[in-house]
Design a protein around this ligand. Structure first.
Ligand SMILES: Cc1ncc(COP(=O)(O)O)c(C=O)c1O
Length: 497
């Protein structure tokens, strides 16, 4: 039997090589084994089998018992849903979208969907960006941005810039470059395969809750962060720095810290002074999640004028219906390439994927048609205020922070000292289970106050719980979220203090 000919028809059966030929034998399926190689390999995960109610509720099934449960997805998976899961308007057009699309390879042809989506997104940027490109994940988007920054400098005749400055306690993805510019507890284990420390110097984390010392003003805190950035430039040879990466609003590592007023303007000025590019990672916090088309546009803490040189986005652009992410490119960078080689370096098979961009464009048009970003701003402000009020007297609620509907609560053992629960308590798991028991799903993470390896064992400090519901969520949804969080945190207070 020729394996190459018959292989597609024989899925579900296994082969054994015997005397040079492929033999077939029946496969025994082990119901307890996790055939999908992701997350837990030692046990099977709950499986999503569909949506319920208004779509933001997921139906989960235990693969072993068949038991089903409906839960409200308060964090949209990983802050991905702009539209609710199962948005009927988009889903009912999927067949037409697929029929309109053909696969095109970006080196040979462009496609109208990618062109239209790029134009649409630039049109929402108030002139900050004149081009966009599309890939399939935030990690890829960040690596593209790294390459674009280096190419920008090469086009300008500067071939010595190869370093990227970025923050500690930041997440930029899990590819080699993206993980190198990030900071993640698994990083020390993978260190040898990542970029060297020399290539990715680190600056202070963004965490006013813990790093603004008593009596320190926002202005002083801002100055402290900017001094640290400038010093890092100087210590690492400013002429070697290609760019500075930062999440506009911190995402999963810290839990939604918002920068102090003036910080982004100051960071951009330092980048300009030393000829490096400012690259904002808005993969998790952007495209409406924090209440503005781009989060650097926030009048409180954003850039006071203009935009960054490059900006990465992802997650909400395709609403989780299709994998879509990308990079927004400022005229300065576009023009350098236009006036130089005229060609963007690098391409991948799924750059500007026709179907993905078609869906992304439909999602974006719907978001603007239905004023969903305004809804994020309004209901988000309502949610944060309600949460702060509900947790005012809760002894384990250390900090409520965030912007738009991207909001986190940091858990503490002692509000006065900000001491966290010991890592052995695994409070992320406790929060996950207690909120799940109340039929809601959040992102619960240990380590917002750093991590270390003690005798070879990982110890993470601090815990936070994050929400990021679909943009169109209602005040009733907000009330439900607040009730689940308040009931959970007061229960933890009773059980653990
Ligand atoms: C700020 C930020 N950047 C990049 C990424 C990586 O995106 P992806 O998981 O799509 O590769 C994430 C993912 O959570 C993120 O939060």
């Amino acid at each position: 039997m020729q394996r190459s000919l018959y292989w597609p028809y024989l899925a579900g059966q296994q082969y054994k090589r015997a005397k040079g030929s492929w033999l077939l034998f029946n496969m025994t399926v082990d119901k307890n084994h996790h055939y999908l190689f992701q997350a837990k390999v030692s046990d099977r995960q709950l499986e999503c089998i569909g949506t319920a109610k208004d779509g933001q509720w997921l139906v989960l099934q235990d693969p072993k018992t068949g038991e089903k449960k409906e839960i409200y997805d308060a964090v949209s998976g990983a802050a991905v849903c702009s539209l609710k899961h199962g948005d009927n308007e988009i889903l009912s057009q999927m067949n037409d979208f697929a029929k309109q699309s053909a696969y095109t390879f970006c080196v040979a042809f462009s496609n109208t969907a990618a062109e239209d989506l790029a134009e649409f997104m630039c049109s929402k940027s108030e002139g900050c960006f004149s081009s966009a490109m599309f890939v399939c994940s935030g990690s890829e988007a960040n690596e593209q941005a790294m390459r674009y920054a280096v190419q920008y400098h090469i086009e300008k005749g500067d071939k010595e810039r190869y370093k990227f400055i970025s923050r500690t306690s930041a997440y930029h993805g899990y590819l080699v470059g993206a993980l190198s510019i990030g900071d993640n507890p698994m990083k020390p284990l993978l260190k040898k395969m990542l970029l060297s420390d020399d290539q990715v110097p680190k600056i202070s984390r963004l965490m006013p809750y813990r790093d603004m010392k008593p009596g320190m003003s926002e202005e002083e805190y801002c100055k402290m962060l900017l001094d640290n950035l400038e010093q890092t430039f100087v210590e690492n040879g400013p002429e070697k720095v290609a760019g500075v990466f930062m999440e506009t609003v911190s995402g999963s590592s810290i839990g939604n810290s918002v920068p102090p007023k003036g910080y982004l303007d100051g960071a951009r000025a330092i980048c300009e002074k030393y000829g490096a590019l400012l690259i904002l990672d808005e993969v998790m916090c952007g495209l409406g999640r924090c209440g503005y088309p781009f989060t650097f546009m926030d009048p409180e803490y954003g850039l006071s004028t203009g935009g960054p040189d490059l900006l990465t986005f992802g997650k909400t652009v395709g609403a989780g219906i299709v994998p879509l992410s990308g990079v927004m490119v400022a005229p300065k960078v576009v023009n350098a390439i236009k006036e130089g080689s005229g060609t963007v370096m690098g391409y991948q098979t799924y750059h500007s994927h026709y179907l993905n961009c078609t869906v992304g464009l439909a999602v974006q048009r719907k978001i603007y048609r239905d004023n969903l970003i305004e809804n994020v701003r309004e209901v988000g402000a309502y949610t944060k205020a309600a949460l702060q009020a509900a947790l005012k007297d809760c002894k384990v609620a250390g900090d409520v922070r965030g912007a738009g509907n991207f909001i986190s609560v940091e858990l503490v053992k002692d509000r006065a000292t900000k001491e966290s629960f010991p890592f052995e308590n695994n409070m992320a798991k406790v929060l996950q289970e207690k909120t799940f028991a109340r039929s809601a799903h959040f992102m619960c993470i240990n380590g917002c106050n750093g991590y270390e390896y003690v005798d070879g064992k990982l110890v993470q400090h601090g815990t936070h719980i994050t929400m990021a519901p679909a943009f169109g969520y209602s005040r009733e949804d907000a009330d439900f979220i607040v009730r689940v969080l308040a009931d959970t945190l007061f229960e933890i207070e009773r059980e653990y203090l």
